[in-house]
Write a protein that binds this ligand. Structure first.
Ligand code: TRP
Length: 461
């Protein structure tokens, strides 16, 4: 789940495509596995395509050429991204939220994509990011993992995430197993109270024999979408929306979150969705962190990267040079070419490679060599940054006991922090309509007449 990798595993009988947080399978038609149909997902999930008009607006508003992931349709769908751009235009606060389910101690290229994109968005927007490590989720969903293992993976993954280059002054990384409590937990139970077992079951396909932690987990993943879950960043303000970059398989969580937001009088999170990242063997097989030959890990040496691409990357080229010169290659199924679309920034070079590969002028060996170069560079830089991430550095990124410097500067949170009780009192005042920062704007009356965060607590079904 989680990782924006995956893709159809061949199954013999025909069926529709299936995409949820635990399963990503393309359709099978006449016994043939099909690639994921992303347009169909947009329709099914009720999201919107990211079109040229939105990209043009992005560039106009931010003054930045859209990231290649946007230019090339890798982040292809959204919910209310336009709303976030309006916030940016008006210089109103918002934040980014993303996460990772730590199921192993090393991250591969596919895991890296949303974080790379988030780091870029953090720089472009100059906003804070909260990064949830769902070690609890992995424990609940993976039968053979222990709490200790999941917690340890979270700490290890935090190092990889930090090595993506996030700014310490505006980044908060947390492990659920460690952080859940305080006002974060207040929101969690508010959310849980809004979601029935049958809703969770319908959204995720649980059965009677699934453990009860699974059906509750949606409340845990929803909670970071609301700003007052993070008092050291946003104080008691609950009116600050977030933008969630994630792979499209995570959308079911946030569809429910958006419904709940409405009930609680919180702003709905906006979303931007990515496609999946192809495995070395091509988009017909699944990249797996536990199968070394299916994935390139961020920690792979230059030599290992070279060997894996040369040996395993599925080629769209012909069997012999003569045939290739005659018939040309197919960039659409060629994994080395696909990886270049993710990681080679130069649009002109990419187009040249595509065109010359297609005519047969560019040979598979040369295409692979360019891909190897790009990946070695990417992973090499990453490894250099990671070498500097000590345990002490990790603690700093995960520290919620002091106000986030960026937020102090913007006047969102006081230095020193309010105590949990002071926050509670503030919340109580806001709920009683006395206002206070955030309270005034936030409190949108729900039908039942209750308002603000505790709407759900008051509004009995
Ligand atoms: N469930 C996600 C995973 O397994 C982790 C996650 C938590 C996440 N919160 C998120 C991913 C927000 C994207 C956005 O990887």
């Amino acid at each position: 789940m989680t990782e924006p990798v995956a893709i159809p595993v061949a199954v013999n009988s025909d069926h529709d495509q299936k995409v949820d947080p635990w399963d990503v399978q393309g359709a099978v038609v006449d016994g043939k596995p099909q690639p994921i149909n992303y347009n169909k997902l947009i329709e099914q999930f009720g999201t919107k395509a990211i079109d040229q008009a939105l990209l043009d607006r992005f560039e106009r508003v931010t003054g930045h050429k859209p990231h290649r992931f946007l230019r090339r349709g890798i982040f292809f769908s959204h919910r209310e991204l336009d709303h976030i751009l309006t916030k940016f235009e008006k210089k109103e606060p918002f934040y980014l939220y993303t996460g990772r389910g730590p199921s192993s101690d090393s991250m591969h290229l596919g895991h890296f994509i949303p974080f790379m994109f988030c780091k870029w968005l953090q720089d472009v927007f100059d906003v804070p990011i909260v990064i949830q490590l769902t070690d609890d989720e992995k424990f609940l969903f993976k039968q053979d993992l222990t709490v200790e293992q999941c917690f340890k993976f979270a700490q290890e993954n935090a190092k990889d995430i930090i090595a993506c280059g996030f700014d310490l002054n505006k980044t908060f990384i947390f492990s659920n197993l460690n952080y859940v409590g305080g006002t974060f937990y207040h929101n969690m139970v508010r959310i849980a109270k809004c979601i029935t077992y049958s809703t969770s079951k319908a959204a995720f396909g649980f059965t009677e024999s699934d453990n009860i932690g699974k059906s509750h987990f949606v409340a845990v993943q929803a909670t970071p979408s609301f700003s007052n879950s993070f008092p050291h960043i946003f104080g008691s303000r609950s009116d600050i929306p977030c933008l969630i970059p994630c792979a499209i398989d995570q959308d079911p969580y946030f569809r429910l979150t958006r419904d709940v937001a409405h009930k609680l009088g919180y702003p709905k999170p906006a979303l931007i969705h990515a496609k999946f990242f192809p495995a070395l063997q091509g988009s017909q097989s699944k990249m797996s962190a536990s199968v070394d030959t299916s994935a390139i890990f961020m920690s792979d040496t230059a030599k290992k990267i070279k060997d894996k691409i040369n040996k395993y990357a599925f080629s769209g080229g012909q069997d012999t040079v003569e045939l290739h010169r005659e018939l040309g290659g197919d960039p659409d199924v060629d994994v080395a070419f696909q990886y270049l679309t993710f990681f080679l920034d130069d649009d002109e070079e990419l187009e040249r490679i595509r065109a010359t590969y297609k005519t047969g002028e560019l040979l598979t060996g040369h295409l692979k060599a360019r891909c190897i170069e790009v990946l070695q560079h990417l992973c090499g830089e990453f490894q250099q940054r990671k070498a500097e991430v000590t345990d002490q550095v990790v603690l700093e990124y995960m520290n919620a006991s002091k106000p986030m410097p960026w937020a102090v500067e913007k006047g969102l949170v006081k230095d020193p922090l309010l105590s949990a009780f002071e926050i509670l009192n503030l919340n109580a005042e806001q709920a009683a309509g006395k206002g206070g920062k955030g309270g005034k704007k936030k409190v949108k009356k729900e039908k039942g007449g209750s308002k603000g965060a505790d709407a759900a607590e008051v509004a009995k079904e």
